[in-house]
Structure formats: structure tokens, C-alpha cells
Design a protein around this ligand. Structure first.
Ligand code: NAP
Length: 292
């Protein structure tokens, strides 16, 4: 059995550090504030938004959830963004994605003040991340990087293979790990649905990071003995043996891959808790910057 990299445990230690930073801010009269805008009533999004609100409360942060109907016009949503840009109690906010089809996602993201863009999706923040001068790192890849650093996994000079090239996980993950400096300096390969012979690449990975959204896609024969495996995927599969009739699994066949990996993240309890944690980290950072 390999070493288990627990997002639950690592996020707890980061929350401990955040509590001290929040206490310091509160003693100066600033309560870090996070707003989440939810368009429509997608059940999965509602769960995430509730979790974010609960975590803010636990940490002593100010939290606002704004739910608008699914048929809200783009103009009205942009107005909401403008209000939040100008709300001094809100240091960071995000619009829960995906948005309904009649709203141009890029237009909405572009309207967010980059200083409050705690998701790190604004093109200005994406650009700053790419040139190695980040304002905010996007939460999921930042969480993965912290898991590696805090598990004392040496990244410098290692071959990292990332499966998936989405704007929220794969691409920023590659950009972050190829930077110069601590927690980076990797040689990075990115593979995706048009890659020929994915296995040929994944088998050469010292560190394999998977974010595709396909249940247990990465099997044992696709992983090098001793590799570190980070599973970002969250997929709900049928399981009649559970009370709910379903359960969450990752993009990696955990039960078999854990026997050859040197370290591996579970699903749930791996990358998921880190994502929310890094969102809180970004909000606290935004609040600190606001009083500088
Ligand atoms: P996405 O936007 O759907 O992108 C999926 C990526 O995977 C695409 O680049 C796609 O390639 C690639 N892909 C799909 N099928 C593939 C295949 N058979 N072989 C190789 N590449 C393939 O997904 P995402 O938003 O990055 O999310 C990926 C997974 O991570 C999902 O399960 C999501 O729920 C999970 N996730 C978890 C967290 C967390 O906090 N734990 C956060 C974000 C996402 P193309 O570009 O060629 O189409």
C-alpha cells in the first residue's frame, strides 16, 4: 500500500494558518468577505455553494450567497457583478460555473474586478499566473500544488504528466508546475482526448495528475511503479450497496493503482477539500491586500 495524501488533513493545517491571519485582520477591523453567485438551482452547484458558506462561518469570515433565477438576463447578472465589485465588505467573489447557455461566460468573468477574482479565472489573472507573477492561483490546481509541497514530494526536475486540459484544472496546473521556483520546476507533459497512445505518456510520469471526469479511467497498467498519483476527478457512479444508491469515485482506479503508486490521493477526501480551502486562502489574501 502506498502513502495516502489526505486533503482532509492538509486542508486542516492550512485552515489553522488562515485562522491566525483572519484573527489579525479582525483585530484591525476587517472581516474577510466572500460572495458566491449561483445562477439557477443546479443541485450539485447548490451543494458546493452551501459548503463554501459553511466553511466561511466556521472560519469567522463574512459570507454572502446570492441566488438568482436560471432565466436571469446577462445584463442583470453583469449588474450584480458590478455591485459586488463596489461592495467594500466583499473582498472576493465568484460566479458558480457553468452558467445557463443564454449568458456569455467570458463576458461575465471579464467584468469581475481582478483584485476580487478569487477563482483566478479573469484573463488578467490567468496572464499573471503564466508569467510567474500571480495575483490569485486558481483553487483546484493551487490545492494540488499545496498537497505535493506539504507532503514533501520533490517536484523540481520531475516529469509531471497532466491528463486533461481544461481552463480550470489542466492548463493552469501545467502553467504552475512549469514555473521557476519552489513547488515547481517540473518538466510537464499535458495529454487530452486527441492524444495518441495516452498510456505511453502516463507510464513515464513521476507525478501523474488526472482531471478528465471519467470514472476509474486510469488503470494500474497506465502508471509507473513508484509514481505519485493525484486524482482530481469526481464522478458519481451507481452503487446499490450504499444508502444513496450511488457513490463518488475519481478518474483513477484507486483500489488497484494504490498498490504500485508511492503516494496517491483518495476520492473523496483528496483534492476536493483542498479546492475549498484554497478559495478561502485567496479570499483572506484579498482582504489583506485591501488594507495595505
Ligand atoms: P472538463 O472541462 O470536462 O475537461 C476534461 C478534460 O479531459 C478535457 O481536456 C478533455 O480533453 C479531457 N478528456 C476527456 N476525456 C478524455 C479521455 N478519454 N482521454 C484523455 N483526455 C480526456 O473537466 P474539468 O472541469 O477539468 O474536470 C475534470 C474532473 O475533475 C471532473 O470529474 C470534475 O468534476 C473534477 N473536478 C474536481 C474538482 C475538485 O475540487 N475535486 C475541481 C474541478 C474539477 P479535450 O480538451 O480534448 O476535450
Amino acid at each position: 500500500m502506498s502513502g495516502l495524501i489526505s486533503g482532509n488533513e492538509i486542508s486542516l493545517s492550512i485552515y489553522g494558518e488562515l485562522k491566525e491571519r483572519i484573527a489579525a485582520l479582525r483585530s484591525k477591523g476587517t472581516v474577510p468577505g466572500l460572495a458566491v453567485v449561483l445562477v439557477g438551482e443546479d443541485p450539485a452547484s447548490q451543494v458546493y455553494v452551501r459548503m463554501k458558506g459553511k466553511k466561511c462561518e466556521e472560519l469567522g469570515m463574512h459570507s454572502v450567497t446570492i441566488v438568482v433565477p436560471a432565466d436571469t438576463s446577462e445584463k442583470d447578472l453583469l449588474k450584480k457583478v458590478d455591485e459586488l465589485n463596489n461592495d467594500s465588505k466583499i473582498h472576493g467573489f465568484l460566479i458558480q460555473l457553468p452558467l445557463p447557455k443564454h449568458i456569455d461566460e467570458d463576458k461575465v468573468i471579464n467584468a469581475i474586478d481582478p483584485k476580487k477574482d478569487v477563482d483566478g479565472f479573469h484573463p488578467q489573472n490567468v496572464g499573471r499566473m503564466l508569467i510567474g507573477d500571480p495575483m490569485f492561483l486558481p483553487a483546484t490546481p493551487a490545492g494540488v500544488q499545496q498537497m505535493l509541497i506539504r507532503s514533501n514530494i520533490d517536484i523540481a526536475g520531475k516529469h509531471v504528466v497532466i491528463v486533461g486540459r481544461s481552463n480550470i484544472v489542466g492548463k493552469p496546473m501545467a502553467a504552475m508546475l512549469m514555473q521557476k521556483g519552489k513547488g515547481a520546476d517540473a518538466t510537464v507533459t499535458v495529454v487530452h482526448s486527441r492524444t495518441k497512445d495516452i498510456q505511453e505518456h502516463t507510464r513515464r510520469a513521476d507525478i501523474l495528475i488526472v482531471a478528465i471526469g471519467k470514472a476509474r479511467f486510469i488503470t494500474k497498467d497506465m502508471v509507473k511503479e513508484g509514481a505519485v498519483v493525484i486524482d482530481v476527478g469526481t464522478n458519481r457512479i451507481d452503487d446499490p450497496t450504499t444508502e444513496k444508491g450511488s457513490r463518488l469515485v475519481g478518474d483513477v482506479d484507486f483500489e488497484n493503482v494504490k498498490n504500485i503508486a508511492s503516494a496517491i490521493t483518495p476520492v473523496p477526501g483528496g483534492v476536493g477539500p483542498m479546492t475549498i480551502c484554497m478559495l478561502m486562502f485567496n479570499t483572506v489574501t484579498a482582504a489583506e491586500r485591501s488594507i495595505k
